[in-house]
Design a protein around this ligand. Structure first.
Ligand SMILES: NC(=O)c1ccc[n+]([C@@H]2O[C@H](COP(=O)([O-])OP(=O)(O)OC[C@H]3O[C@@H](n4cnc5c(N)ncnc54)[C@H](O)[C@@H]3O)[C@@H](O)[C@H]2O)c1
Length: 257
């Protein structure tokens, strides 16, 4: 079992929602966390809340120089970098063929660039740093990477073409990463959440929230970020969990719309 009290970790999207909950959970276990996010206000507020156990590095995950600077922050702590949790991402809604014509290519590419290419950019640069640490057990384990897909990876709804494609990429990456990184003792897993109460739902009315919750088999409610963080901790700590994308959706299967 990976003892989180002895590690440095990076959480992307760590200033908000699922990433913020994961940052809190890792710090609660004794980890030192580098929060990688674009949102300075929320990032700095969380650092203040966590009192020295976290640092914030304003980073666009699609920018390699900025990601390298964030990884340098994580490797400058007095513990080995062993954990990367990728939560940074954006939502987007547009149909392939809309009332005003075909989906524009720029916004499709932007969603893929942030959600998929940005995730891979973090994986390659943080993974390189984790690979340079000393193993922490007799198996030769060095660390773990957890990425965030979505149930949209499997049941993309009408209007989710860019988002669903980006998340299918994250899910598809998982087994390949686990295999690629096996030689350096790094595990790779992903979480595919259903509907969780974060800023991604900020624009949704209370009434629609209830409707969304009622459509979940059991428990019939929207999930909480801390519940996601629990899964992330499990995937980080358990040395035999590797190459898996875990649905985290209370048995929800999305309908076409
Ligand atoms: N909330 C849900 O219901 C849900 C469901 C399935 C999947 N997800 C996925 O979970 C992840 C976290 O989402 P959330 O709900 O916590 O949303 P959120 O909006 O609360 O958090 C996302 C964070 O990512 C950051 N971010 C966006 N682009 C970035 C970039 N280029 N570089 C660095 N940071 C960037 C934002 O600033 C924000 O703080 C996302 O990948 C999302 O697609 C969320």
């Amino acid at each position: 079992m990976l003892d989180l009290s002895g590690v440095a970790a990076i959480v992307t999207g760590g200033a908000s929602g699922l990433g913020a909950a994961t940052t809190r959970a890792l710090v609660d276990k004794g980890a030192l966390v580098t929060i990688v996010d674009l949102n300075e206000e929320k990032g700095n507020a969380l650092v203040e809340e966590l009192g020295g156990a976290a640092t914030f590095v304003k980073t666009d995950i699609t920018d390699s120089d900025q990601v390298s600077a964030a990884v340098a922050d994580a490797t400058s702590k007095d513990r080995p970098l062993r954990v990367l949790v990728n939560c940074a991402g954006i939502g987007y809604a547009k149909r392939t063929l809309g009332k005003n014509g075909p989906h524009d290519l720029e916004s499709f590419q932007k969603v893929i660039d942030i959600n998929l290419v940005g995730t891979f950019n973090m994986v390659r640069l943080a993974g390189d740093a984790i690979a340079k640490t000393e193993p922490y057990n007799a198996d030769g384990a060095r660390g773990v990477i957890i990425s965030t897909a979505s149930v949209a990876a499997f049941e993309g709804q009408i209007g989710q073409i860019a988002y669903a494609t980006s998340k299918a990429g994250v899910a598809g990456m998982t087994i390949c990463l686990a295999r690629d990184l096996s030689s350096v003792g790094i595990r790779a897993n992903s979480i595919a959440p259903g509907i969780i109460d974060t800023d991604m739902l900020a624009g949704v009315s209370d009434e629609f929230r209830k409707t969304l919750g009622a459509g979940v088999p059991f428990p019939a409610r929207i999930g909480q970020p801390a519940e996601y963080a629990d899964v992330a901790l499990f995937l980080a700590q358990n040395d035999y969990m590797n190459g898996e994308t875990v649905r985290f959706d209370a048995a929800l299967r999305m309908a076409p719309r």
